[in-house]
Design a binder for this molecule. Structure first.
Ligand SMILES: [Zn+2]
Length: 318
């Protein structure tokens, strides 16, 4: 545990002040991006673990100072047991309260269930914002897309994106698509959403790689595996194919598992994507013309704040 960094994430709703000077002010013409965060997500970590509080802290600082975007800061929603139980077993909810590690990647941090529930609440708040016509991104940790119905694994404890997708289904927000561009397959999301009517899962990821699933499509899960050490062009082609599949599904709302670990500088992933590829992804989602909300999954490089900023700039480009 480390509390050496004073939390600098705003804990009350606020909007970045307008940029000083006419040049900056002119660049803040777009409506604000709604960012969901909570400084309590900085309060846990294991030394040497790549899923580190600085990922969120530095990204929040970057978004605080940017004049490229106007940012409205909001907090996660409370989460009900009913919402959690749509995706997870009662046994997992109990297990998350025990001080026993899940695997080497997935320690039993103090209060981890509360942290994971706030990540879920962030996804639910981002969903709410998207349904209100806002561009929304949940900037919280832990990530969630590897968590299955019964099991925490791969840095993930509760599957925030699946829970939000199931909430969108319950709200009858139209056909619900989850698009996952993290470089690791969203095995938990696939398992939870598999064969559920009214929703589909699209994932572009390296294969073989952790967690060694997602080699092929099945049911309503559409997988676009990319070979290890694939060129940037090949990775972009797979993303484009996934986006084509997404468009054919004609979603009423899109929930994005935004993982930034296919970036060429990432210490965990082996992808070759560049900063501008994340802007391109943001533009592609905006051009769908339906509500879209995104949550942070992986992404472990020092450039994570720039990658998130590029993605949000694409989502709000005019
Ligand atoms: Zn990942």
């Amino acid at each position: 545990m480390s509390h050496s960094h004073p939390p600098r994430i705003p804990s009350v709703p606020a909007v970045n002040p307008p940029a000083a000077g006419s040049v900056g002010a002119a660049s803040v013409a777009a409506p604000p991006v709604t960012i969901v965060t909570d400084e309590r997500c900085l309060a846990y970590h294991d030394a040497g673990h790549p899923e580190h509080p600085a990922r969120v802290r530095r990204t929040a600082e970057r978004l605080r100072e940017t004049r490229v975007l106007s940012v409205a800061w909001v907090e996660p929603l409370p989460v009900t047991r009913e919402q959690l139980l749509r995706a997870h077993s009662p046994a997992l909810l109990e297990r998350l309260l025990l001080p026993r590690d899940f695997d080497n990647d997935t320690p039993a941090h103090p209060e981890i269930r509360a942290h994971a529930e706030r990540s879920v609440g962030g996804a639910l708040r981002a969903l709410q914002a998207a349904l209100a016509g806002e561009t929304a991104f949940s900037l919280l940790r832990p990530p969630g897309h590897h968590a299955t119905r019964d099991r925490a694994m791969g840095f993930c404890y509760l599957n925030s994106i699946a829970i939000a997708a199931l909430e969108a289904l319950a709200l009858k927000a139209g056909p619900v698509a989850v698009f996952d561009f993290d470089t690791h397959h969203g095995n938990g999301t696939e398992e939870i959403l598999l064969d559920r009517p009214g929703c589909a899962f699209f994932s572009v990821h390296q294969f073989p790689s952790y967690p060694e699933t997602g080699a092929a499509s099945r049911g309503n899960a559409f997988n676009y595996p990319v070979r290890p050490r694939a060129t940037r062009g090949a990775y972009r082609d797979a993303l484009a194919a996934g986006l084509d599949g997404l468009r054919r599904f004609r979603p009423g709302i899109v929930a994005v598992s935004a993982g930034f670990d296919a970036f060429c500088g990432d210490p965990v992933g082996q992808g070759k994507l560049e900063v501008e590829d994340y802007r391109w992804l943001g533009i592609a989602f905006r051009e769908l013309g339906v509500p879209v909300f995104s949550i942070l999954e992986g992404g472990y490089s020092r450039e994570l704040p720039e990658l998130v900023l590029a993605y949000l700039a694409g989502l709000t480009a005019r």
